[in-house]
Structures are given as C-alpha cells and as structure tokens.
Design a protein around this ligand. Structure first.
Ligand code: NAD
Ligand code: ZN
Ligand code: ZN
Length: 394
C-alpha cells in the first residue's frame, strides 16, 4: 500500500510499504477514506519530537471503512468509522475513569520505558506519533491497523459526509475538552491563544458552554477572521501587545479563563520566545512556552488556565509565582477522545457545531508532501489539509 512516511526534518515521502494485518484479536483494519494533517504533525515535521525513526508512517486524524476484523473486534466489515487518535484499552484503572489518554495498556510493553522515565508513568498510545507513544503506524495511508477496535472507533450513520465527522478524531474533542477544562461559567470572558483548528473549536465550544465573550489571539488575519465568524473579539499580537489589549478589554481585571491552544512552537519575537527557540534548536531545551507564560500572567486572579497545547519536556522561566499568588488552577492533557466522541457526533448531527468550516484543501494521499509543506509555510490560508487516499493524483 501507499503511506506517508517520515524520513527526517522537513522530509516526508509517500512510500510503498507492506499492508497492515491483524495482530491482536481486538484489531480491525480500516481502509482510509479521509485523513487530515494536524498542527501536532508539524511538530514532527519540524523535528521537535524525539524517538522518530526513518520510515515511520504518520497520521492520527483519520476515518474510513472497516475491511477486516479480529475475532474480538465488535466492528463489522463495511461500517464507516472515525478513529480516535489515542489508543486505549477501555478496561484499565484510567479507562474506567474515562481518562483514555492515560491508559496503562495503550503502549506495547517494549515502548513503555521511554514515557515511564520522562513522565513517571507510561501514557496511552497514539497513532503515527513517535516511538515514545508506541511506534504505531498512522493513518495517512491507504490502510491502517486499529488496536482495541472494540473501544475506540465510532460508527458513523449512513449519508453523513466524511468532512462533517472527520475532526471527531482529534481537534473537535480537543477544542471541546479545552473549553470544558476552562470551567466556563455563564457570563465569563474567555481568552484563547491560537486560532488554529484547536483554538477555533475551543472558541465555538466556549460559546456553547455559556461564555459571554471570547477573545481570540493570533497573528494570521484569515484565522482571526474565522474566529470572528463565530462571534469572538480578536487581538492580532503583531499589531497590539496581547497583555495590554486584554487588560483594556476586561477593564483591568483579566479574562476569567485562558486557553493556550498554541503549544511548543509559539511564534513571535518576544525575548523569552527567542531564548526558547535558540535552546530548542541547540537541544538545550525542548519547548517554546511563550503563550502559556503569557496566558498565566494575563489571567484574572482566581481564574482558570486550560492548556490543550502540546508540550513535551522541561521549561524554564515558568511564572510559578504568578500562578500561585493569583490562585490559578490549570487543567491540561492529551484529549480523552473516546469520552467525547458520542456527544460531539450528536452535536454535529443536530447542527450545533460547525465541523467542516476549517477545511481549506483536499488532496490525494500522493500529494501529502506538498500538503505538509503548504500547511507549514502558509498557516494563514492553509487552515486544514485533508488527504483523500481514493482521490485521483494530480
Ligand atoms: N491535547 C491534545 O490532545 C491535542 C490534540 C491536538 C492538538 N494539540 C495541540 O494543540 C495545539 C494547537 O493545534 P492546532 O492544530 O490548532 O495548531 P496550529 O499550529 O494550526 O495553530 C496554532 C496557532 O497558534 C498561533 N500562534 C503562534 N504563536 C502565537 C502566540 N505567541 N500568540 C497567539 N497565537 C500564536 C499560530 O499562528 C497558529 O495559528 C498544538 O500544540 C497541538 O499540538 C493538542
Ligand atoms: Zn491532531
Ligand atoms: Zn486503558
């Protein structure tokens, strides 16, 4: 089959590789019909995520048709499913608490040590996202093996277009959980850093949860426009100083809740960000944490901090004093996708959530390297690239 493989920084190629097969009784094989490139994939593309190996198949946002099932899968051939990016067993202590991204059994035994050492405990597996997260082949491919297929994938009713439901795999539940973690109360003002897919779904979710005002921050005009369409006020951080603007807009109080939807590749020539960037490029540090620092400092006293953004390692200059003195709370984590999928599918079917506004480009799998480059180089206009393995190559 054809699959998009990582070969190094800014080097991804469509390779011909062996088809996947059933390995464990609960596996299913999915023929991929749609798969998206994620902001998280750019961290791999830019070489910031350790434990990648040449030839690793990428992709964690995908859906398709069930073509083969193991004896303990509950799926049936021919069903259309969306697959969550987190690989979780459904039966361990954490899965029992619906904290699927903390699953104890998502990683193969020989991959557990890396996360165990770095984070204290192993995490759930992730599709197409380094050997630290299990070394699982991803879904930017014609076919993919889905472990624990009796727990993860959600069956999509007939007649619903792929584009409407594809984002249930990751960014829609991630934006939703980000808003939930911000513990929004009616009348709240919520500030969202980053108007990428996660930030934009967080904006929609925050309004649905009762926020009175949402203030969205980015520097890409087109992405800020999309946030405005959902009713957000906006700050372009290249035109105004974010902290000052937020204080002006909130009468000096600060937002009740802040959401960091930027992550470890923050943009901008801020002193802390430039130092972080030098450290990351020389492997003296891992993360550029400008946005979470700024969010903590801008948040109102007693407010809530939600951090869907991905960070991987250690940080310095973390405003721990501001965090403590102001009495803030922080909630974060890889999304517990399985927990949110059924409710969000229903919200899409009921027309409560606009789920396909984001897609700016659709292209065949063969064009995936072009899609990565476009998404990387032109984030303003390229908001989401969806690869369609069945589509004729250009
Ligand atoms: N927690 C999870 O399970 C989960 C799931 C998916 C994605 N993520 C993470 O969420 C984050 C966002 O994902 P995405 O797909 O929307 O990414 P994206 O790269 O498309 O969007 C990030 C946006 O942040 C903006 N930005 C950069 N620096 C900024 C700054 N200083 N202030 C304000 N905005 C700034 C960028 O211009 C961009 O529009 C990433 O870190 C991604 O890895 C987490
Ligand atoms: Zn993703
Ligand atoms: Zn589990």
């Amino acid at each position: 089959m054809k699959a998009l493989a990582w070969h190094g920084k800014h080097d991804v190629r469509v390779d011909t590789v062996d088809d996947p097969g059933i390995v464990n009784p609960r596996d299913a094989i999915i023929k991929v019909t749609s798969t998206a490139i994620c902001g998280s994939d750019l961290h791999l593309y830019d070489g910031y995520i350790p434990t990648m190996q040449s030839g690793d198949i990428l992709g964690h946002e995908f859906m398709g048709e069930v073509v083969e099932v193991g004896p303990k899968s509950t799926l049936k051939k021919g069903q259309r499913v969306v697959v969550p990016f987190t690989i979780a067993c459904g039966a361990c202590y954490h899965c029992g608490k619906h904290q699927y991204s903390a699953c104890d059994n998502g990683l193969p035994a020989d991959n557990q040590d890396i996360a165990q050492e770095l984070y204290g405990q192993p995490m759930s597996g992730l599709f197409g996202y380094s050997h630290m997260t299990g070394g699982y082949a991803g879904g930017q491919a014609e076919y993919v093996r889905v472990p624990f297929s009796d727990v993860g994938p959600i069956v999509i009713p007939e007649g619903i277009d792929d584009d409407k439901v594809l984002f249930l795999s990751d960014i829609l539940p991630t934006g939703w959980m980000a808003a939930e973690n911000a513990e929004i109360e009616p009348g709240d003002t919520v500030a969202v850093w980053g108007c990428g897919p996660v930030g934009l779904f967080a904006v929609q979710s925050a309004f649905l949860m009762g926020a009175e005002r949402v203030i969205a921050i980015d520097h890409f005009p087109h992405r800020l426009e999309l946030a405005k369409k959902f009713g957000a006020e906006t700050i372009n951080f290249e035109q105004s100083e974010t902290y000052e603007a937020l204080m002006l807009m909130t009468g000096g109080i600060g937002p009740d809740a802040v959401i960091d939807a930027v992550g470890l590749e923050a943009h901008g020539f801020f002193v802390d960000n430039v130092i972080d960037q030098i450290k990351a490029s020389t492997f003296l540090g891992t993360d550029r944490t400008h946005s979470i620092r700024q969010a903590i400092v801008a948040c109102r006293k007693g407010g809530r901090v939600s951090m869907p953004a991905v960070y991987g390692g250690f940080v310095d200059k973390f405003p721990l004093g501001a965090f403590m003195e102001k009495g803030l709370t922080l909630k974060t984590g890889q999304t517990h996708v399985q927990h949110y999928m059924p409710g969000l599918l229903q919200a899409i079917l009921d027309g409560k959530i606009d789920s396909d506004f984001l897609i700016s480009h659709r292209m065949p799998l063969e064009d995936a390297p072009k899609g990565y480059k476009m998404f990387h180089d032109n984030q303003n206009e390229v908001t989401k690239v969806v690869l369609k393995p069945g589509m004729a190559a250009s």
